[in-house]
Write a protein that binds this ligand. Structure first.
Ligand SMILES: NC(=O)c1ccc[n+]([C@@H]2O[C@H](COP(=O)([O-])OP(=O)(O)OC[C@H]3O[C@@H](n4cnc5c(N)ncnc54)[C@H](O)[C@@H]3O)[C@@H](O)[C@H]2O)c1
Length: 270
């Protein structure tokens, strides 16, 4: 998600400083952005000079201490509340008072993340969708503390990226994941119960509902660890059993079968 957000911001003309936890992952991420832009050129969606200009606007670092000149920081680390709070606490110390801090969290509490800072009025959720360059939607989640100025700036920024904005309260799963997670978990429970094969579940859903990906392929695409984290967080908050993660999902994550990013989830990927 971090790579996709970086690409879209840079293609929209913004200089972007992107941070990874080590140089190897940083180089991998930057190479991923370059391949994505190269594919855009091959498909005629952008010109080689536009690709080169977008790449030139991106600078990588492994030190978030360098974020002191940023007006907006969008965090896209793994879905873990303690980690996100730690990152926000660090960024809060580095960035000037006017900087807006946004989290791309899928379903953690934005106000809990904001509580790690001394600028709760300048924190909000900016939830992009995967793959970021292709997906038109941006959910903005404002907390009880988010100021109108922060909200309006984030909204204008999102629109300048060409995204359509929907606004959600700071509630578990916002709009889309709140409705999507039960469908994915329901499909996994069908596999568990032997009611149908994974192939037939996905074929049934794609052709029956005229959607591009079945729920199991979608789970692989999102990452099964992320799906498990989302389900766990929403279940803990709401106590609604439709969000209770199925054992099969837990087992697959424990086995490192995380979907596309590891080459194997419900389906196999080359
Ligand atoms: N995958 C999706 O479809 C999707 C969609 C919308 C939002 N999100 C959210 O975006 C965020 C990232 O998800 P992703 O799918 O890109 O996950 P990912 O596993 O692909 O990437 C996670 C990133 O976190 C970094 N990271 C790992 N440990 C860290 C640490 N200790 N400190 C700092 N950074 C660390 C990794 O280096 C990597 O850059 C999550 O909050 C997720 O819920 C994901």
């Amino acid at each position: 998600m971090g790579g996709g957000i970086t690409q879209v911001c840079s293609q929209s003309g913004y200089p972007v400083l992107v941070s990874e936890i080590n140089d190897e992952l940083l180089q991998k991420g930057l190479a991923g952005i370059k391949s994505s832009l190269d594919r855009g050129v091959q498909r005629g969606r952008l010109t080689p000079p536009d690709r080169d200009a977008a790449l030139a606007r991106i600078r990588g670092t492994t030190d978030i201490g360098e974020f002191g000149d940023c007006d907006l920081v969008i965090e896209a680390a793994v879905e873990n509340l303690d980690l996100k709070k730690k990152i926000f606490g660090q960024i809060d110390k580095v960035c000037p008072r006017h900087t807006i801090l946004a989290t791309n969290t899928s379903c953690l509490s934005v106000i809990e993340i904001a509580s790690a800072t001394k600028r709760e009025d300048r924190v909000l959720g900016m939830h992009f969708f995967n793959p970021v360059p292709a997906m038109k939607l941006l959910e903005i989640a404002r907390t009880t503390a988010t100021s109108d100025e922060t909200f309006n700036t984030a909204k204008s920024f999102g629109q300048s990226l060409g995204k359509t904005i929907v606004i959600a309260q700071d509630s578990p799963g916002f709009i889309v994941n709140r409705l999507m997670v039960p469908q994915i978990l329901g499909a996994i429970r069908l596999v568990e119960s032997g009611a149908a094969t994974k192939e037939d579940i996905d074929t049934g859903m794609t052709l029956g509902l005229n959607i591009p990906l079945g729920p199991l392929a979608l789970a692989d695409f999102i990452g099964l660890d992320t799906v498990l984290a989302m389900a766990g967080v929403i279940y803990k908050k709401l106590g609604d059993t439709q969000y209770d993660p199925p054992q099969l999902l837990k087992n697959m994550v424990a086995a490192g079968r995380l979907g596309r990013k590891t080459g194997r989830g419900f389906f196999e990927y080359k």
